[in-house]
Structure formats: C-alpha cells, structure tokens
Ligand binder design. Sequence first.
Ligand code: APR
Length: 310
Amino acid sequence: MDKKITVIGAGNVGATTAQRLAEKELCDVVLVDIAEGLPQGKALDLAEAAPIEKHDAHLIGSNSYDVSANSDVVIITAGIPRKPGMSRDDLLKTNKNIIKQVTAAVAEKSRNAILIIVSNPLDAMCHVAFETSGFPKQRVIGMAGVLDSARFRSFIAKELDVSVENTHAFVLGGHGDTMVPLPRYSTVAGIPITELIPKDRIDALVERTRNGGGEIVSLLKTGSAFYAPASAAAEMAEAIIKDKKKILPCAAYLEGEYGINGLFMGVPVKLGKKGIEQIIQIKLTKEEHAALGRSAAAVQKLVDDLKKLG
Ligand code: APR
C-alpha cells in the first residue's frame, strides 16, 4: 500500500493495533519486537487472516528496525504492562529505558515519521520520546485522551441506554488518577450530559473513567487493557494517514496553552498529515482549571522523577 505504519512492541496492544490498522486497510504494517519470532509469528498470522477479512495490507514482523525505514507513522507500545498492585508510576524506570532505546532506533530509520506513544506512564514516556527523537512537538503525540474518553462514552451510553455513536466525551489532563473528565462538554446527540444524568450518577461515571485502566487490570490479573487502547491508537493513526483534521483529545507538548508550560498533557488537538496541526483551547470554569492544574502538577512530578533517574 501507499503508506507504512510501524508498531513497536508486538504484545497485546501492539498486535491488536496492527490488526486494527490492517483491517481498516489504511497502510502496510510493520511489527517490531525484541522477542525472537514474536513479531514474525503475529504478522504472519494476521497476513493469513487477510483473505477472510478482505484487506490487502502487507504485514511484516521483524526484530530489526531496518524494515521500519521511512514509516509515515510509528506507534510505540513496547514496554512492560502494569501488573495488579502496580501503579503507572512504578513502570517509570523500566519503560523509560525501553522507550529511549526504541525511539532512538525509530528516529534513525524514519526521520519524518509521526510518533504515537502508547507505553505507560504515558505523559512521562512522551517526554522521553520527544527528547530522544529531537522531532518537532507536532510529531510526538501521546495516546490517552481518546482511550479515556471512549471509556467515559461507553459508560454514558450504558447509563442512558443509547447508542455509543450518539455520545461525545471530553477528558483533559494527564493519563492517570488526576485526569479531568469534563461533563459540561460531554454530550449525547448534542445535549450536555449534565441535562440528562443526575449529578451523583455523573460523579460515579467520572470516577469509573478515572479508574478505567485499573478496573481492567484487576479483572485480567496478568496484564492491562489492550482492545480499547489499540482502537484509540488506530483512530489517531487513521486521522493522520487520511489527513482528516479530526479533533481528538491527545497528549501534546504544551508551551503556554491552558497556562501550562513544557509538559505533555491531554488536550483537544487537530490531527492531520502534519501531526498535531492545532491545539484547541476551550474555556474552563474555575474548578475545572484547578483540576487541570492538579493534573499538571502530577505530570510534573513524574517528569521530575524521570530526571532524577538520570
Ligand atoms: N524493544 C522492542 N520491544 C520491546 C522492548 C524493546 N526494548 N521491550 C519490551 N518489548 C516488547 C515485549 O517483548 C512485548 O512483546 O513490548 C511488548 C509489550 O507487550 P505486552 O507485554 O503484551 O504489553 P501490552 O499489554 O501490549 O502493553 C504495552 O502499552 O498500554 C500500555 O501500559 C501498557 O506500557 C504498556 C504498553
């Protein structure tokens, strides 16, 4: 196909992302992983499903970055997933080293690629990828808000017994316990949910969204969520590859927007072929602004901890 996307990490999130991309027939897909045989086996298995799924995307798996050369988009999912009892922050050290090594290899082979970071702790890993790649801020994007808002949307749809397609949800801030779901900007068929759902129920849905990752971890016990994260990463990649100019909540490097400087935070952005083409600034109430400030402080702490690790 005309376009190429490389997915680094052929584990649960990476392989499922590759499947979604191929089945959307968006691009050829390269899977890279350090585990011998894993990316090759999963790529072959996915390629053998193609006649049934009716797509002509080529899938290649490799332990080398050579086949990833000149990718349009690179999605980084390598790392260790969160285990029960482990906070996202516990992942910091291990995944920092992995993301550094992976980003350096990716950046060398695909100087013009747009990077979508999925590995956790997300906001901190975006910083590592941004610094290691030296890419402009428009081309380093974190996947968090699309996933968090999809979770919120699924809960809203269930609460009101309406189609998920009627729902829109807004989630700002870091990808963690301090994320800021915004009920005022979350709608069903254009109607704010604040007019449809009582406050105590909205509070419960917001809380469930905040703990969405942890809820899945405690059920799966041996790993973390991957179907919805893969769908979210694939939606972002599609917006970029098709130059859709789609507004999606993503982690972006902020330089003054929302009063935040030098941090990756979840905000609404316009995604197109250049990556982040615009950061959309919406009006926040005093309380929402304060919640975003608390989220920024939590992300800042992660970044400070990263620096201490050297
Ligand atoms: N280079 C390439 N691949 C690597 C490296 C590395 N240096 N280190 C680890 N990997 C690979 C592993 O071999 C494994 O196949 O990353 C893959 C991770 O897959 P899983 O363990 O299945 O984890 P997954 O559930 O996919 O989560 C990956 O995404 O959502 C986040 O928190 C999650 O950070 C985690 C990441």
